[in-house]
Design a binder for this molecule. Structure first.
Ligand code: NAD
Length: 263
């Protein structure tokens, strides 16, 4: 299938590693002109270099923190300056810390809302006018299965992802007639660097091995394994493609069957 995104201009935030990096690489493989950002200039330039070396196309890494209005404005301005347009925008960020109701104070909610809800809204406000002008656009928010099935001990993720999902559904209807689709990808347990670090920390706390913790997580999915970042990327790139032109307002879980509900 020809995905039809050769020469489309794509933004992927929080892409120096993990799911964001895998999506950026897959978009580059499909011939898109990709711009990526993360908080560290060194890491994002290195990530862009790795994709360029592997795929053989131009990828640009720019330092920007998704929680900073100024830095994200500068990032989008730089993309427009270099490429003249934005067609695809993948909103991704780091995850909020694990916590329960008793552990989370209001400041933690504010920070999580900035990181996982407002960051996507902020980006959309910058790119949608450009997409409207071209009457074509794809917004893909990376959320979590916690938006569909709240996860015990992750009250900040459960709250902020659900808020973003409500916003995205509303936005999808408002921009549909302009040729813009808005969808979410909800990853399940995916073997990224962050998950390996979390498994190590949890293993130390519980006196277990990292492998035991990873096996426990894998066991929770019907497929009995964790996902690979490339499996999330494949779904994201499809939603970003010309072929997904009649799909909007959905949350697609890529989770090996983790979510047990039927919607
Ligand atoms: P990761 O930690 O491996 O990568 C996160 C990336 O985001 C890194 O490049 C980091 O530099 C960047 N980043 C973090 N905060 C940033 C900020 N404020 N501004 C700019 N860049 C920032 O994480 P991941 O596992 O790839 O997860 C990506 C997203 O998917 C997170 O929101 C995570 O909660 C969510 N998610 C992950 C899983 C999983 O199992 N990996 C499951 C469900 C949801």
């Amino acid at each position: 299938m020809d995905l039809g995104i050769t020469d489309r201009v794509a933004i992927v935030t929080a892409a120096s590693r993990g799911i964001g990096f895998a999506i950026a690489r897959e978009l580059a493989r499909e011939g898109a002109r990709v711009f990526i950002c993360s908080r560290s200039a060194e890491n994002i330039i290195e990530a862009a270099y790795r994709i360029r070396a592997e795929v053989g196309v131009e990828v640009t890494g720019i330092r920007a923190n998704v929680t900073s209005e100024q830095e994200i404005e500068r990032f989008v301005a730089e993309v427009l300056n270099q490429a003249g347009r934005v067609d695809i925008c993948v909103t991704n960020a780091g995850g909020p810390p694990a916590s329960t109701f008793d552990e989370a104070d209001l400041e933690m909610y504010r920070r999580a809302f900035e990181l996982n809800t407002l960051s996507a809204i902020r980006l959309a406000r910058l790119v949608i006018p450009e997409m409207r002008r071209n009457r074509w656009g794809r917004i893909i928010n990376i959320t979590s299965v916690s938006a569909k099935q709240p996860i015990e001990g992750l009250i900040l993720s459960n709250t902020t992802r659900a808020a973003l999902t409500g916003w995205a559904k509303t936005l999808s209807a408002e921009v549909a007639a302009d040729g813009i689709t808005v969808n979410n990808i909800a990853p399940g347990y995916t073997l990224t660097e962050r998950q390996t670090e979390l498994a190590e920390a949890r293993a130390q706390k519980l006196g277990k091995t990292k492998e035991e913790i990873l096996a426990q997580w894998a066991e929770q999915t019907p497929m009995k394994r964790m996902g690979q970042p490339e499996e999330i990327a494949a779904a994201a790139v499809f939603l970003a493609s010309e072929r997904a032109s009649y799909i909007t307002g959905v949350t697609l879980q890529v989770d090996g069957g983790y979510v047990r509900g039927i919607f």
